[in-house]
Design a protein around this ligand. Structure first.
Ligand code: COA
Length: 307
């Protein structure tokens, strides 16, 4: 596809060969450069460069997974934006995906909170559905959380809520989690989580904090969060869950406060939290009480289009 820019320079998307991958690496995000290096005939990775006259002004990178094409990155140089280049790249990506037999195209992207408009509008302009927010990521030090106004209330809640901390994410914890509405796909290894051959080994260094009514047995768990060590990062808290309808007041805050106590107890400097936004109370809590305290909140979206 070719479009004209305001200065009448033609914009064209051209398939990138393996020989050009290194030269174009700065057009994609550092974490996707290894994928770009793998493009070539017979590999699932492919890319198109956006040519404006004699120079490259953008790049789209994709990967085929069965009958789905995953859009890994799309970018257009600042001085060439809003001239149709993004749309040209998306069209080239979809055409290549169809040529390779894909029936759907999908993208997951993470942006600083509130900054989703350019990519979301670009997708919309290319007839993709509206992206869905699926999680929120933020980093908060223990000191920040302890200084937070909600921490005091959360501490008070902790006495009513019987929060139990399990010292490891071993079989005991996993069984306790399975006894509740545990969604096994949350144990799926992700970029944020250590991997392992079975569920119990996925979190070799993790602790779980479980929430239940006073004197609850393991089968009466109402919520949990997992804490795991993340090297120099300190600790990472992920995969939080509250039983629907159980959430009240500061229960989630209580979980975080408790997690932080453990983190401080272990001498770890900070925690980054991954909040699954489909759990609305947690997402609301994070947006309302945590967002004002921390600068760096990132929103993660996903979006899938039928081809
Ligand atoms: C997202 C990006 C690729 C868009 O490229 P682009 O060449 O400006 O896109 P287009 O000119 O084809 O824009 C198509 C439509 O997208 C929407 N859009 C693009 N940029 C927008 C912005 N900053 N704000 C709101 N809408 C925007 C508009 O609806 C636009 O149509 P219009 O210009 O007729 O109104 C570009 O902004 C970019 O490289 N951003 C940084 C990298 C990035 O965030 N990539 C996404 C994560 S992988």
């Amino acid at each position: 596809m070719s479009v004209k820019t305001a200065t009448d320079q033609p914009m064209t998307a051209v398939s990138v060969g393996a020989a050009d991958a290194t030269r174009l690496a700065h057009h994609t995000f550092p974490s996707y450069r290894p994928h770009l290096a793998k493009i070539g005939p017979g590999t699932p990775h492919f890319a198109h460069a956006l040519w404006v006259g004699e120079r490259v002004a953008g790049l789209i990178l994709g990967e085929i997974e069965g009958t789905t094409a995953r859009l890994l990155s799309v970018s257009v140089s600042k001085d060439e934006r809003r001239k149709g280049g993004g749309r040209t790249l998306i069209t080239a990506f979809e055409t290549e995906a169809r040529r390779r037999g894909c029936r759907s195209a999908t993208v997951q992207f993470t942006v600083p909170s509130g900054k989703a408009a350019p990519i979301a509008s670009l997708l919309r302009a290319s007839a993709w559905p509206d992206p869905t927010l699926f999680s929120i990521i933020y980093t908060m030090t223990s000191a920040e959380s302890v200084a937070a106004p909600w921490f005091v209330k959360a501490q008070r809640r902790m006495t009513d809520l019987n929060i139990q901390a399990l010292s490891d994410a071993s079989t005991t914890t996993i069984n306790a989690l399975k006894a509740i509405d545990w969604a096994p796909d949350e144990l799926r290894p992700t970029a944020h989580m250590p991997t392992g051959p079975d569920g119990a080994a996925l979190y070799p260094e993790a602790s779980a904090v479980l929430l239940g009514p006073p004197d609850a047995g393991e089968g009466d768990v109402r919520g949990y969060i997992l804490i795991h060590r993340a090297g120099a990062m300190g600790a990472r808290v992920s995969a939080g869950w509250m039983r629907p309808g159980t959430y009240h007041g500061f229960a989630y805050g209580a979980l975080i406060a408790h997690a932080n106590r453990r983190i401080v107890g272990d001498g770890l400097p900070g925690a980054s939290f991954v909040v699954r936004a489909h759990d609305r109370p947690m997402a609301l809590f994070a947006k309302r009480y945590i967002a004002p305290l921390v600068g760096d909140i990132r929103d993660c979206f996903d979006c899938t289009k039928s081809l």
